[in-house]
Design a protein around this ligand. Structure first.
Ligand SMILES: [Zn+2]
Length: 364
């Protein structure tokens, strides 16, 4: 396996196109073609994690947070980021990150948090707008099946919990092949009529180019006719945060104690308890204060997130309990996401979880 092969497995689950514009997910350090023997998983890459990688003869570190976030003009070891980069390059250790793309996909960070809290009927709290396009491809009848399968394989045609969704209509396509062509059917300089199928599928924009490439690989025509239409539908399977129901209403204070334990949090900062049981729960891994309004609109009784600023707490307005459990605490499950994903695909591969606690925040 190479770094590129492992990256492809992660990106099949969390395509890089889902990352936010400010993000820097993907391969951060190392050659895509380097061979990988052992993988180390972590939330943050620190010099201690790199020492652990060296001791355990790891050659690929997969982290949630990108080691490099903004431009670096020189590498002199002036800070922990530069020291880590230099050491990684010296020892031929590649560093890869799946960050906001891992937050925004179905079964990403917040959905996994929701499972830990045992939420049911979980939905995305803030679905990404303008995420979907409709792709219509015209293909000779005998090649429609192969084309559909290629598109489904590339991730097209998913609606809710259904996959392989498409709509197919039969019609007659016409074309006349020009002088420099080599037509699959028909003759040069003659109009040809061909019985074709129009295959229509919904495709999330972040994987559109992958789906189009899959079409071009299997379509028999030299010039493939396809249309891409923007859709106004919201994709309920992509976006930030999650919201769901508890199996039974729970007392507020008891529920806070429970999440403190579940997320191994030393401290939870929260707004005033409202004196009513918790039934509907919204959560967002990492800095989720921008979703407080979404949580209120989703009628959640509590919003669990991190990095909530003093003034953000006022936005609860006695409508919701806001609970800040800590950034690392809310995102430590990313290690489990990587682990489950990779061990399923590579059952005989050495995949290790870091033993280093990289949380930079301590409490007394
Ligand atoms: Zn984070």
């Amino acid at each position: 396996m190479t770094v590129k092969d492992i990256a492809a497995l992660i990106e099949e689950f969390a395509p890089l196109g889902y990352q936010e514009s400010y993000d820097n997910a993907g391969l951060i350090v190392g050659y895509p073609t380097s061979k990988v023997n052992r993988i180390l998983l972590c939330v943050d890459v620190t010099p201690e994690v790199l020492d652990e990688a060296l001791a355990k003869e790891v050659n690929l570190i997969i982290a949630h947070h990108p080691l490099i976030f903004s431009g670096i003009k020189r590498l002199t070891g002036a800070n922990y980021t530069e020291q880590t980069i230099i050491k990684a390059i010296k020892h031929n250790i590649a560093i890869y990150s799946a960050h906001t793309n891992l937050d925004s996909v179905w079964n990403g960070v917040s959905m996994v948090m929701a499972k830990k809290v045992e939420l049911q009927h979980t939905q995305i709290l803030s679905p990404i707008p303008d995420n979907l396009v409709k792709l219509a491809v015209f293909v000779p009848k005998d090649h429609a099946e192969q084309l559909r399968l290629a598109m489904f394989d590339a991730g097209a045609g998913k609606i809710g919990d259904y996959d392989q969704c498409s709509y197919n209509t039969t019609g007659i396509g016409t074309f006349r092949a020009g002088e420099n062509t080599n037509p699959f059917v028909g003759n040069k300089d003659e109009m040809h009529l061909e019985e074709e199928i129009k295959v229509e599928v919904a495709v999330p924009k972040p994987i559109l180019s992958k789906v189009v490439s899959s079409i071009l690989k299997v379509h028999p025509y030299e010039e493939v006719a396809y249309d891409i239409f923007p859709l106004l539908n919201t994709n309920p399977r992509a976006g930030l945060g999650a919201v769901g129901q508890l199996p039974k209403p729970q007392d507020e204070a008891e529920f806070l104690k429970k999440i403190k334990m579940v997320f191994n949090a030393s401290c939870i900062r929260h707004t005033k308890l409202l004196g009513k049981p918790i039934e509907r729960v919204a959560l967002c891994g990492g800095s989720g204060a921008s979703l407080i309004k979404n949580a209120i609109n989703a009628k959640a009784d509590i919003f669990i997130t991190a990095d909530v600023k003093y003034h953000n707490f006022f936005d609860a307005e006695n409508k919701i309990v806001i609970a800040d459990i800590g950034h690392f605490e809310s995102e430590q499950l990313t290690i489990d996401i990587f682990y489950e994903l990779l061990t399923k695909k590579l059952p005989n591969f050495a995949i290790l979880k870091t033993k280093v606690n990289t949380n930079p925040i301590n409490y007394i």
